[in-house]
Design a protein around this ligand. Structure first.
Ligand SMILES: *[C@@H]1O[C@H](CO)[C@@H](O)[C@H](O)[C@H]1NC(C)=O
Ligand SMILES: *[C@@H]1O[C@H](CO)[C@@H](O)[C@H](O)[C@H]1NC(C)=O
Ligand SMILES: *[C@@H]1O[C@H](CO)[C@@H](O)[C@H](O)[C@H]1NC(C)=O
Length: 412
Protein backbone atom coordinates (compact mmCIF):
# COMPACT_ATOMS: atom_id res chain seq x y z
CA UNK A 1 0.00 0.00 0.00
CA UNK A 2 2.68 2.45 0.97
CA UNK A 3 4.59 1.68 -2.23
CA UNK A 4 1.55 2.54 -4.30
CA UNK A 5 1.01 5.78 -2.45
CA UNK A 6 4.57 6.69 -3.07
CA UNK A 7 4.40 5.97 -6.79
CA UNK A 8 1.30 8.04 -7.37
CA UNK A 9 2.87 10.92 -5.50
CA UNK A 10 5.68 10.96 -7.99
CA UNK A 11 3.40 10.37 -10.89
CA UNK A 12 0.98 13.26 -10.37
CA UNK A 13 3.37 16.23 -10.64
CA UNK A 14 4.73 14.84 -13.92
CA UNK A 15 1.28 14.47 -15.35
CA UNK A 16 0.24 18.00 -14.46
CA UNK A 17 2.44 19.98 -16.90
CA UNK A 18 1.49 17.65 -19.77
CA UNK A 19 -2.18 18.39 -19.27
CA UNK A 20 -1.88 22.14 -18.81
CA UNK A 21 0.42 22.57 -21.84
CA UNK A 22 -2.17 21.00 -24.12
CA UNK A 23 -5.13 23.06 -22.86
CA UNK A 24 -6.25 26.47 -24.17
CA UNK A 25 -5.15 29.50 -22.14
CA UNK A 26 -8.53 30.45 -20.63
CA UNK A 27 -9.28 27.03 -19.28
CA UNK A 28 -5.91 26.77 -17.64
CA UNK A 29 -6.91 28.09 -14.20
CA UNK A 30 -10.03 25.98 -14.08
CA UNK A 31 -8.12 22.90 -15.13
CA UNK A 32 -5.57 23.56 -12.44
CA UNK A 33 -8.23 23.91 -9.77
CA UNK A 34 -10.00 20.82 -11.07
CA UNK A 35 -6.72 18.96 -11.06
CA UNK A 36 -5.73 19.92 -7.57
CA UNK A 37 -9.20 19.02 -6.36
CA UNK A 38 -8.84 15.65 -8.06
CA UNK A 39 -5.42 15.17 -6.51
CA UNK A 40 -6.82 16.02 -3.10
CA UNK A 41 -9.67 13.52 -3.46
CA UNK A 42 -7.21 10.97 -4.66
CA UNK A 43 -4.90 11.39 -1.70
CA UNK A 44 -7.77 11.44 0.74
CA UNK A 45 -9.17 8.22 -0.71
CA UNK A 46 -5.82 6.58 -0.53
CA UNK A 47 -5.41 7.63 3.06
CA UNK A 48 -8.80 6.18 3.96
CA UNK A 49 -8.10 2.97 2.10
CA UNK A 50 -4.74 2.70 3.78
CA UNK A 51 -6.20 3.21 7.24
CA UNK A 52 -8.98 0.71 6.60
CA UNK A 53 -6.63 -1.93 5.27
CA UNK A 54 -4.21 -1.58 8.11
CA UNK A 55 -7.08 -1.74 10.59
CA UNK A 56 -8.42 -4.83 8.85
CA UNK A 57 -4.97 -6.31 8.87
CA UNK A 58 -4.64 -5.78 12.60
CA UNK A 59 -8.10 -7.21 13.10
CA UNK A 60 -7.20 -10.29 11.08
CA UNK A 61 -4.11 -10.79 13.17
CA UNK A 62 -6.11 -10.57 16.36
CA UNK A 63 -8.70 -12.97 14.96
CA UNK A 64 -6.00 -15.36 13.83
CA UNK A 65 -4.69 -15.47 17.37
CA UNK A 66 -8.11 -16.14 18.82
CA UNK A 67 -8.96 -18.86 16.34
CA UNK A 68 -5.73 -20.62 15.42
CA UNK A 69 -7.49 -22.80 12.86
CA UNK A 70 -9.01 -19.91 10.95
CA UNK A 71 -6.72 -19.08 8.13
CA UNK A 72 -9.09 -17.27 5.86
CA UNK A 73 -6.42 -14.98 4.44
CA UNK A 74 -4.74 -17.69 2.38
CA UNK A 75 -7.92 -19.34 1.27
CA UNK A 76 -8.75 -17.28 -1.77
CA UNK A 77 -7.27 -19.88 -4.04
CA UNK A 78 -8.91 -21.42 -7.05
CA UNK A 79 -8.93 -24.95 -5.65
CA UNK A 80 -11.17 -23.97 -2.79
CA UNK A 81 -13.51 -21.67 -4.67
CA UNK A 82 -16.46 -24.01 -4.51
CA UNK A 83 -16.36 -24.37 -0.75
CA UNK A 84 -18.14 -21.89 1.50
CA UNK A 85 -15.54 -20.01 3.56
CA UNK A 86 -16.89 -20.97 6.95
CA UNK A 87 -16.40 -24.70 6.51
CA UNK A 88 -12.75 -24.53 5.54
CA UNK A 89 -10.19 -25.65 8.12
CA UNK A 90 -6.74 -24.83 6.89
CA UNK A 91 -4.85 -26.11 9.88
CA UNK A 92 -4.76 -29.15 12.09
CA UNK A 93 -3.05 -30.68 15.10
CA UNK A 94 -1.70 -33.99 16.35
CA UNK A 95 -4.21 -34.51 19.15
CA UNK A 96 -5.88 -37.90 19.40
CA UNK A 97 -9.66 -37.71 19.32
CA UNK A 98 -12.18 -40.07 20.94
CA UNK A 99 -14.38 -42.14 18.63
CA UNK A 100 -17.51 -40.92 20.34
CA UNK A 101 -17.93 -37.76 22.22
CA UNK A 102 -18.94 -38.76 25.76
CA UNK A 103 -16.12 -41.26 26.19
CA UNK A 104 -13.56 -38.75 27.39
CA UNK A 105 -13.60 -35.53 29.37
CA UNK A 106 -13.46 -32.43 27.22
CA UNK A 107 -9.97 -31.14 26.60
CA UNK A 108 -9.44 -27.64 27.83
CA UNK A 109 -8.86 -25.64 24.65
CA UNK A 110 -7.38 -22.68 26.43
CA UNK A 111 -4.51 -24.61 28.00
CA UNK A 112 -1.14 -24.52 26.30
CA UNK A 113 0.02 -27.25 23.99
CA UNK A 114 3.58 -28.36 23.42
CA UNK A 115 5.04 -31.07 21.26
CA UNK A 116 7.95 -33.45 21.74
CA UNK A 117 9.12 -35.20 18.58
CA UNK A 118 11.95 -37.75 18.82
CA UNK A 119 13.58 -39.86 16.16
CA UNK A 120 13.82 -43.18 17.94
CA UNK A 121 15.28 -46.62 17.35
CA UNK A 122 14.61 -49.69 19.45
CA UNK A 123 18.17 -49.65 20.81
CA UNK A 124 17.38 -46.48 22.73
CA UNK A 125 14.00 -47.61 23.99
CA UNK A 126 14.91 -47.27 27.65
CA UNK A 127 16.32 -43.79 27.31
CA UNK A 128 13.44 -42.59 25.14
CA UNK A 129 11.11 -43.98 27.78
CA UNK A 130 12.67 -41.83 30.49
CA UNK A 131 12.57 -38.74 28.25
CA UNK A 132 8.92 -39.27 27.35
CA UNK A 133 7.90 -39.87 30.99
CA UNK A 134 9.18 -36.43 31.91
CA UNK A 135 7.39 -34.70 29.07
CA UNK A 136 4.13 -36.56 29.57
CA UNK A 137 4.03 -35.32 33.16
CA UNK A 138 3.87 -31.84 31.61
CA UNK A 139 1.08 -32.78 29.20
CA UNK A 140 3.23 -32.68 26.08
CA UNK A 141 1.98 -34.32 22.92
CA UNK A 142 4.46 -37.07 22.00
CA UNK A 143 5.50 -38.08 18.52
CA UNK A 144 8.00 -40.81 17.72
CA UNK A 145 9.75 -41.19 14.39
CA UNK A 146 10.78 -44.82 14.08
CA UNK A 147 13.67 -44.85 11.68
CA UNK A 148 14.51 -48.53 12.19
CA UNK A 149 11.09 -49.79 11.22
CA UNK A 150 10.81 -51.49 14.59
CA UNK A 151 7.54 -50.29 16.05
CA UNK A 152 5.90 -53.30 17.66
CA UNK A 153 8.40 -53.56 20.52
CA UNK A 154 7.22 -50.20 21.82
CA UNK A 155 3.63 -51.15 22.58
CA UNK A 156 4.39 -52.54 26.02
CA UNK A 157 5.27 -49.06 27.31
CA UNK A 158 2.17 -47.75 29.00
CA UNK A 159 2.27 -44.37 27.27
CA UNK A 160 2.76 -45.86 23.82
CA UNK A 161 -0.89 -45.66 22.79
CA UNK A 162 -0.99 -41.98 23.70
CA UNK A 163 1.86 -41.20 21.33
CA UNK A 164 1.80 -40.72 17.58
CA UNK A 165 4.09 -43.20 15.85
CA UNK A 166 5.49 -42.66 12.40
CA UNK A 167 7.50 -45.43 10.79
CA UNK A 168 9.81 -44.96 7.83
CA UNK A 169 12.92 -47.03 7.42
CA UNK A 170 16.34 -45.42 7.37
CA UNK A 171 15.10 -41.85 7.42
CA UNK A 172 16.61 -39.03 9.45
CA UNK A 173 15.11 -36.70 12.01
CA UNK A 174 15.06 -33.82 9.50
CA UNK A 175 13.41 -35.96 6.87
CA UNK A 176 10.62 -36.83 9.30
CA UNK A 177 10.27 -33.28 10.55
CA UNK A 178 9.90 -31.90 7.05
CA UNK A 179 7.26 -34.46 6.13
CA UNK A 180 5.24 -34.73 9.32
CA UNK A 181 5.61 -31.45 11.19
CA UNK A 182 4.25 -29.03 8.64
CA UNK A 183 3.67 -25.68 10.39
CA UNK A 184 -0.04 -25.77 9.53
CA UNK A 185 -0.34 -29.15 11.19
CA UNK A 186 1.53 -28.21 14.38
CA UNK A 187 0.24 -24.68 14.70
CA UNK A 188 -1.52 -25.23 18.03
CA UNK A 189 1.78 -26.03 19.77
CA UNK A 190 3.49 -23.15 21.51
CA UNK A 191 6.82 -24.97 21.56
CA UNK A 192 8.21 -27.83 19.53
CA UNK A 193 11.03 -29.97 20.91
CA UNK A 194 12.76 -31.79 18.06
CA UNK A 195 15.15 -34.05 19.89
CA UNK A 196 17.62 -36.85 19.40
CA UNK A 197 17.04 -40.04 21.34
CA UNK A 198 20.39 -40.15 23.15
CA UNK A 199 19.88 -37.35 25.66
CA UNK A 200 20.05 -38.00 29.39
CA UNK A 201 17.32 -36.05 31.14
CA UNK A 202 18.10 -36.68 34.85
CA UNK A 203 18.64 -32.94 35.30
CA UNK A 204 16.00 -31.70 32.96
CA UNK A 205 12.47 -30.55 33.73
CA UNK A 206 10.37 -29.48 30.72
CA UNK A 207 8.11 -27.19 32.74
CA UNK A 208 10.91 -25.23 34.37
CA UNK A 209 12.72 -25.12 31.04
CA UNK A 210 9.72 -23.49 29.36
CA UNK A 211 9.37 -20.99 32.19
CA UNK A 212 12.83 -19.67 31.41
CA UNK A 213 12.26 -19.76 27.65
CA UNK A 214 9.07 -17.74 28.03
CA UNK A 215 10.43 -15.20 30.48
CA UNK A 216 13.50 -14.60 28.30
CA UNK A 217 11.42 -14.75 25.11
CA UNK A 218 13.72 -17.26 23.44
CA UNK A 219 12.35 -18.27 20.04
CA UNK A 220 15.00 -20.93 19.54
CA UNK A 221 16.78 -22.64 22.41
CA UNK A 222 18.34 -25.83 23.68
CA UNK A 223 19.23 -27.26 27.06
CA UNK A 224 22.92 -26.95 27.90
CA UNK A 225 25.04 -30.07 27.65
CA UNK A 226 26.64 -31.51 30.76
CA UNK A 227 30.41 -31.01 30.38
CA UNK A 228 30.87 -34.76 30.94
CA UNK A 229 28.83 -35.50 27.80
CA UNK A 230 30.69 -37.77 25.45
CA UNK A 231 29.74 -35.59 22.51
CA UNK A 232 30.27 -31.86 22.64
CA UNK A 233 30.92 -30.13 19.36
CA UNK A 234 30.74 -26.48 20.27
CA UNK A 235 31.64 -24.55 23.38
CA UNK A 236 28.48 -22.45 23.35
CA UNK A 237 26.36 -25.47 24.25
CA UNK A 238 28.38 -26.42 27.36
CA UNK A 239 26.58 -25.88 30.62
CA UNK A 240 27.63 -22.95 32.79
CA UNK A 241 27.14 -24.18 36.33
CA UNK A 242 26.37 -20.84 37.93
CA UNK A 243 23.86 -19.60 35.37
CA UNK A 244 20.23 -20.20 34.50
CA UNK A 245 20.83 -19.54 30.81
CA UNK A 246 23.30 -17.89 28.48
CA UNK A 247 23.15 -16.22 25.09
CA UNK A 248 26.84 -15.99 24.25
CA UNK A 249 30.29 -17.20 25.16
CA UNK A 250 33.49 -15.25 25.54
CA UNK A 251 36.70 -16.64 24.17
CA UNK A 252 39.73 -14.44 23.59
CA UNK A 253 42.07 -17.19 22.54
CA UNK A 254 42.08 -19.22 19.39
CA UNK A 255 41.13 -18.54 15.81
CA UNK A 256 37.58 -17.30 16.22
CA UNK A 257 37.52 -14.82 19.05
CA UNK A 258 34.24 -14.39 20.85
CA UNK A 259 33.87 -10.94 22.30
CA UNK A 260 31.06 -8.73 23.46
CA UNK A 261 30.64 -7.50 19.91
CA UNK A 262 30.37 -10.93 18.29
CA UNK A 263 27.13 -11.07 16.33
CA UNK A 264 26.72 -14.71 15.36
CA UNK A 265 27.89 -18.33 15.46
CA UNK A 266 29.94 -19.79 17.05
CA UNK A 267 29.82 -17.09 19.74
CA UNK A 268 26.11 -16.30 19.94
CA UNK A 269 22.76 -16.86 18.21
CA UNK A 270 23.31 -20.55 17.83
CA UNK A 271 21.99 -23.90 18.96
CA UNK A 272 22.97 -27.32 17.71
CA UNK A 273 20.93 -29.98 15.99
CA UNK A 274 20.60 -32.54 18.79
CA UNK A 275 18.07 -30.85 21.07
CA UNK A 276 16.58 -27.73 19.52
CA UNK A 277 13.39 -26.16 20.86
CA UNK A 278 11.35 -23.87 18.62
CA UNK A 279 8.57 -21.42 19.20
CA UNK A 280 5.64 -21.64 16.80
CA UNK A 281 6.92 -18.82 14.59
CA UNK A 282 10.53 -19.99 14.68
CA UNK A 283 9.37 -23.45 13.64
CA UNK A 284 7.36 -22.08 10.71
CA UNK A 285 10.52 -20.41 9.49
CA UNK A 286 12.77 -23.40 10.21
CA UNK A 287 10.46 -25.80 8.40
CA UNK A 288 10.86 -23.66 5.29
CA UNK A 289 14.62 -23.70 5.72
CA UNK A 290 14.86 -27.50 5.87
CA UNK A 291 15.79 -28.76 2.41
CA UNK A 292 13.85 -31.74 1.14
CA UNK A 293 16.86 -33.55 -0.25
CA UNK A 294 19.48 -32.68 2.37
CA UNK A 295 18.35 -35.13 5.01
CA UNK A 296 21.28 -34.97 7.42
CA UNK A 297 20.69 -31.35 8.25
CA UNK A 298 24.33 -30.32 8.30
CA UNK A 299 24.85 -26.57 8.23
CA UNK A 300 21.23 -25.94 9.10
CA UNK A 301 22.13 -25.07 12.69
CA UNK A 302 24.38 -22.24 11.51
CA UNK A 303 21.44 -20.60 9.76
CA UNK A 304 18.80 -21.16 12.43
CA UNK A 305 19.50 -17.68 13.78
CA UNK A 306 17.75 -16.30 10.71
CA UNK A 307 14.58 -17.89 12.06
CA UNK A 308 14.89 -16.25 15.49
CA UNK A 309 12.13 -13.71 14.68
CA UNK A 310 14.36 -10.80 15.53
CA UNK A 311 17.88 -10.32 16.80
CA UNK A 312 19.49 -13.74 17.07
CA UNK A 313 21.85 -12.55 19.80
CA UNK A 314 18.78 -12.04 22.00
CA UNK A 315 16.17 -14.54 20.79
CA UNK A 316 18.41 -17.62 20.83
CA UNK A 317 19.57 -19.12 24.10
CA UNK A 318 21.07 -22.07 25.94
CA UNK A 319 19.35 -23.06 29.21
CA UNK A 320 21.90 -23.97 31.89
CA UNK A 321 19.73 -24.78 34.87
CA UNK A 322 17.82 -27.44 32.91
CA UNK A 323 20.47 -29.43 31.12
CA UNK A 324 20.98 -32.77 29.43
CA UNK A 325 23.77 -35.29 29.03
CA UNK A 326 24.53 -35.97 25.40
CA UNK A 327 25.48 -39.59 25.09
CA UNK A 328 26.61 -39.24 21.53
CA UNK A 329 25.35 -42.54 20.27
CA UNK A 330 25.48 -42.56 16.55
CA UNK A 331 22.12 -43.31 15.07
CA UNK A 332 20.27 -42.43 11.95
CA UNK A 333 17.82 -40.21 13.73
CA UNK A 334 20.43 -38.18 15.46
CA UNK A 335 22.92 -35.49 14.68
CA UNK A 336 25.87 -37.43 16.00
CA UNK A 337 27.16 -38.60 12.66
CA UNK A 338 29.51 -35.65 12.93
CA UNK A 339 31.83 -37.55 15.18
CA UNK A 340 31.20 -40.88 13.55
CA UNK A 341 34.68 -41.41 12.27
CA UNK A 342 36.32 -40.35 15.52
CA UNK A 343 34.39 -42.44 18.00
CA UNK A 344 34.82 -46.03 16.99
CA UNK A 345 34.04 -47.66 20.33
CA UNK A 346 31.76 -50.60 20.87
CA UNK A 347 28.70 -48.68 22.09
CA UNK A 348 28.27 -47.25 18.64
CA UNK A 349 25.94 -48.85 16.21
CA UNK A 350 28.08 -51.11 14.11
CA UNK A 351 26.61 -51.76 10.73
CA UNK A 352 29.04 -53.38 8.41
CA UNK A 353 26.88 -55.09 5.93
CA UNK A 354 27.64 -56.04 2.37
CA UNK A 355 31.01 -54.38 2.74
CA UNK A 356 29.55 -50.93 3.39
CA UNK A 357 30.46 -49.07 6.58
CA UNK A 358 27.29 -47.12 7.27
CA UNK A 359 28.99 -44.53 9.45
CA UNK A 360 31.61 -43.70 6.88
CA UNK A 361 28.99 -43.43 4.16
CA UNK A 362 26.73 -41.21 6.25
CA UNK A 363 29.60 -38.97 7.15
CA UNK A 364 30.59 -38.64 3.52
CA UNK A 365 27.02 -37.89 2.55
CA UNK A 366 26.64 -35.32 5.34
CA UNK A 367 29.79 -33.52 4.28
CA UNK A 368 28.68 -33.26 0.70
CA UNK A 369 25.20 -32.13 1.78
CA UNK A 370 26.81 -29.39 3.86
CA UNK A 371 28.59 -28.15 0.75
CA UNK A 372 25.39 -28.19 -1.29
CA UNK A 373 23.51 -26.35 1.44
CA UNK A 374 26.13 -23.60 1.63
CA UNK A 375 26.12 -23.18 -2.14
CA UNK A 376 22.32 -23.12 -2.23
CA UNK A 377 22.22 -20.42 0.43
CA UNK A 378 24.79 -18.32 -1.43
CA UNK A 379 22.91 -18.71 -4.70
CA UNK A 380 19.64 -17.72 -3.06
CA UNK A 381 21.28 -14.67 -1.54
CA UNK A 382 22.65 -13.58 -4.91
CA UNK A 383 19.39 -14.12 -6.74
CA UNK A 384 17.13 -12.40 -4.22
CA UNK A 385 17.96 -8.78 -4.83
CA UNK A 386 15.55 -7.59 -2.17
CA UNK A 387 17.21 -9.66 0.55
CA UNK A 388 19.46 -7.86 2.95
CA UNK A 389 21.39 -9.87 5.48
CA UNK A 390 20.00 -8.67 8.82
CA UNK A 391 23.21 -9.75 10.49
CA UNK A 392 25.79 -8.24 8.20
CA UNK A 393 27.65 -5.51 10.06
CA UNK A 394 26.88 -2.82 7.51
CA UNK A 395 23.18 -3.30 7.83
CA UNK A 396 22.73 -3.97 11.50
CA UNK A 397 19.90 -1.46 11.55
CA UNK A 398 17.91 -3.78 9.31
CA UNK A 399 17.15 -5.75 12.42
CA UNK A 400 14.64 -3.08 13.17
CA UNK A 401 13.06 -2.93 9.73
CA UNK A 402 12.39 -6.50 8.95
CA UNK A 403 9.68 -6.69 6.35
CA UNK A 404 10.33 -7.20 2.69
CA UNK A 405 8.39 -4.06 1.84
CA UNK A 406 10.77 -2.03 3.90
CA UNK A 407 13.65 -3.71 2.19
CA UNK A 408 12.45 -2.96 -1.32
CA UNK A 409 11.89 0.66 -0.40
CA UNK A 410 15.52 0.92 0.50
CA UNK A 411 16.52 0.18 -3.07
CA UNK A 412 14.98 3.26 -4.66
C1 LIG B 1 -1.96 -31.62 32.74
O1 LIG B 1 -3.31 -31.83 32.42
C2 LIG B 1 -4.11 -32.22 33.54
C3 LIG B 1 -5.51 -32.54 33.04
O2 LIG B 1 -5.99 -31.56 32.17
C4 LIG B 1 -4.09 -31.11 34.57
O3 LIG B 1 -4.83 -31.47 35.71
C5 LIG B 1 -2.64 -30.83 34.98
O4 LIG B 1 -2.59 -29.73 35.86
C6 LIG B 1 -1.77 -30.54 33.76
N1 LIG B 1 -0.39 -30.46 34.18
C7 LIG B 1 0.41 -29.46 33.81
C8 LIG B 1 1.78 -29.51 34.35
O5 LIG B 1 0.03 -28.55 33.09
C1 LIG C 1 18.07 -49.75 6.18
O1 LIG C 1 19.45 -49.81 6.50
C2 LIG C 1 19.87 -51.09 6.95
C3 LIG C 1 21.31 -50.98 7.34
O2 LIG C 1 22.06 -50.29 6.41
C4 LIG C 1 19.65 -52.11 5.81
O3 LIG C 1 20.03 -53.39 6.27
C5 LIG C 1 18.17 -52.12 5.45
O4 LIG C 1 17.97 -52.97 4.35
C6 LIG C 1 17.71 -50.72 5.11
N1 LIG C 1 16.27 -50.75 4.89
C7 LIG C 1 15.68 -50.15 3.86
C8 LIG C 1 14.19 -50.29 3.80
O5 LIG C 1 16.28 -49.49 3.05
C1 LIG D 1 27.53 -36.92 33.89
O1 LIG D 1 27.25 -36.31 35.12
C2 LIG D 1 25.91 -36.45 35.56
C3 LIG D 1 25.78 -35.66 36.82
O2 LIG D 1 25.96 -34.31 36.58
C4 LIG D 1 25.57 -37.90 35.72
O3 LIG D 1 24.22 -38.03 36.11
C5 LIG D 1 25.80 -38.62 34.44
O4 LIG D 1 25.59 -40.00 34.60
C6 LIG D 1 27.21 -38.39 33.94
N1 LIG D 1 27.32 -38.96 32.61
C7 LIG D 1 28.43 -39.49 32.14
C8 LIG D 1 28.38 -39.98 30.73
O5 LIG D 1 29.45 -39.56 32.79
Amino acid sequence: MSMKTFKSWRWSPRKKPVLSDGGPHGAHGFRMRQLSFMAFVCIATMFIVYRTTSYQHQQTEIDAERHPFDNTQNLRTLELDNLPQGVIQARSDLELKPLWSHSRPKVDDSSSHNLLAIAAGIRQKQNVDSIVQKFLAENFTIMLFHYDGNMNSWWNLEWSNKAIHVVAQNQTKWWFAKRFLHPDVVSIYDYIFLWDEDLGVQHFHPGRYLEIVKSERFEISQPALDPNSTEIHHRITIRKKTKRFHRRIYDYRGFTKCTRSSMGPPCTGWVEGMAPVFSRSAWRCTWHLIQNDLVHGWGLDMKLGYCAQGDRTKRVGIIDSEYVVHQGIQTLGGSSAKKASKSEDSTKVKQKRSGVDTRVEIRRQSTSELKVFKERWEKAVTEDSSWVDPYSRNSWFNLFSKTRKTRSKRSW
